[in-house]
Design a protein around this ligand. Structure first.
Ligand code: HPA
Length: 278
């Protein structure tokens, strides 16, 4: 199993990228990280090369049910893509820098645009289960940052700007593709929490007060590293359940998986439509 130690540098990034390059013949420019139940998109890749995470030097290995652990590299709509089918989460015990290491490797491989997806609980009372939300911004409630430690200026600046973490240009594109597909895409702020417990109703009220529209346990570390690396980011949350305390029912991973199963066609079409226009 790959080592999980923190603060891998350029040498490790290059080793991982070099291994991936020996397996796949293409130079991907679009990266994707697919969350719980949304990995289906990877099955649409043409001329795919699949690289299992446990074969890649310095890559961590995923443990959660519903998350595979492989990279799929190939073409979608004539664009060269690299897809992470399954991601890493701080709740699995990985540090924020370990969780986001694959984004460094994507950058080294030539990725300029990153599409991140996740399943999230709806905090905004106007949302409904099954809605898709384009992420306008995030709140880092993990209180962990993958950039803590010495900064390598070759990778990015010491104090990265986060004022447009999620690209305005790509959000506008997402809305125009959704409109063509006749559905209204929600837009909102994603609060990333550590988990693995779902939130308490009191925590969800707090999330609403501080401006969150959805809550989840991923995405924030990867987006921070992507912005540090100068990658343009587009993010989507599938509202898989209403967050704790909104409906009078307990939350479960089974519900999250059921909802993503129901909306995956809508989600697939949206992402395919966007990739076509990138
Ligand atoms: N909270 C946190 N993470 C989640 C949720 C939730 O309600 N739903 C899916 N991921």
């Amino acid at each position: 199993m790959a080592s999980q130690t923190a603060h891998k540098g350029l040498a490790e990034i290059r080793e991982a990228a070099a291994y991936i390059n020996t397996q796949a013949g293409v130079r991907p420019t679009i990266g994707m990280i697919l969350g719980s139940g949304l990995g289906i998109l990877a099955d649409l890749v043409e001329n795919p090369t699949t690289v299992s995470y446990d074969k890649i030097p310095h890559f961590p290995v995923s443990t959660v049910e519903g998350h595979a652990g492989e990279l799929v590299i190939g073409e979608i709509k004539g664009k060269q893509v690299i897809i992470m089918k399954g991601r890493f989460h701080p709740y699995e015990g990985y540090g924020a820098e370990t969780v986001s290491f694959p984004v460094r490797v994507m950058k080294e491989l030539g990725v300029q645009t990153l599409i991140v997806t996740n399943a999230a609980g709806g905090v905004n009372m106007g949302f409904e289960v099954g809605d898709l939300m384009v992420i306008s911004d995030h709140i880092n409630m993990m209180f962990r940052n993958p950039l803590i430690g010495p900064n390598d200026n070759e990778l990015g600046v010491r104090f990265p700007d986060m004022s447009e973490a999620y690209s305005k240009r790509l959000r506008a594109l997402a809305h125009s593709v959704a409109a063509k597909q006749n559905f209204s895409l929600r837009e909102g702020v994603y609060a990333g929490l550590l988990g693995p417990t779902y939130e308490t109703p009191a925590e969800i009220r707090m999330m609403r007060t501080i401006g969150a529209d959805a809550v989840g346990m991923s995405t924030v570390p990867e987006v921070i590293v992507a912005r540090h690396a100068g990658i343009e980011v587009l993010g989507f949350s599938c509202i898989s359940n209403m967050a704790a305390g909104i409906l009078d029912q307990p939350l479960s991973h089974a519900e999250v998986m059921e909802t993503t199963e129901l909306v995956k066609a809508k989600f697939l079409n949206l992402v395919l439509g966007i990739v076509e226009e990138l």
